[in-house]
Design a protein around this ligand. Sequence first.
Ligand SMILES: [Zn+2]
Length: 61
Amino acid sequence: MVEKACRVCGHITEGRKCEICGSDDLSAKWKGVIDVIDPENSKVAADLKITKPGKYALVIE
Ligand SMILES: [Zn+2]
């Protein structure tokens, strides 16, 4: 399976749709990954406006 990054929320998914926001606007080109486990207690997650656990791309091309 090829991983793709959601252009809307940055979530990395192996499906055809983003599991977090439901968008199908996915990019195969992205740089950097952040693994968010506990978004409520993560400053980085707050900065990136991530509210749900998962893998997120930092830069989406
Ligand atoms: Zn998304």
